[in-house]
Design a protein around this ligand. Structure first.
Ligand code: 4NP
Length: 154
């Protein structure tokens, strides 16, 4: 059973939404991959996801209200098979703290997407539309990730 950690900067917008979308797709497909999320920053630790992201996700049937932000931790590099970053800065920040003998693959989430974009843009300081666009990108990449993990397991 593969374990996936989705990581963004604050763990209140992109990565909790990715966690919820991937978890729902996993359940629907009958797999038991596990998912969690974390941020590289510590500002929002203990807080629920951003209201704007919660609302945009609720419109698509995802309830983020029970999730709470946490910061990525040393143990995560041994606990998870994949640590998936939302953008290149995020990936560089993760790599800068990754222990040399880690067991996980540290990739960009959109490596599994079907489009040409490589980064999930940070919606925090943008307009309302940014959240819907982020959810589109996350949904597409989670679909691709699930297919990848299914193939890997066989
Ligand atoms: P996230 O978005 O990384 O997708 O959770 C952000 C949340 C908070 C901040 C930046 C990005 N912040 O600067 O507080």
């Amino acid at each position: 059973m593969k374990k996936i950690l989705f990581v963004c900067l604050g763990n209140i917008c992109r990565s909790p939404a990715a966690q919820a979308i991937f978890s729902q797709k996993t359940r629907e497909a009958g797999y038991n991959f596990t998912a969690d999320s974390a941020g590289t920053g510590e500002w929002h630790v203990g807080r629920p996801p951003d209201k704007r992201m919660q609302q945009a996700a609720r419109l698509r049937g995802f309830d983020l209200s029970q999730l709470r932000a946490r910061q990525i931790d040393h143990a995560d590099f041994y606990e998870f098979d994949y640590i998936l970053a939302m953008d290149l800065t995020n990936q560089a920040d993760i790599l800068s703290i990754a222990p040399a003998n880690r067991h996980c693959d540290i990739r960009l989430l959109l490596d599994f997407g079907s489009g040409t974009e490589r980064e999930v843009p940070d919606p925090y300081y943008g307009s309302g539309d940014g959240f819907a666009h982020v959810l589109d990108l996350l949904d597409d990449a989670c679909e691709g990730l699930l297919l990848h993990l299914e193939n890997e397991d066989h």
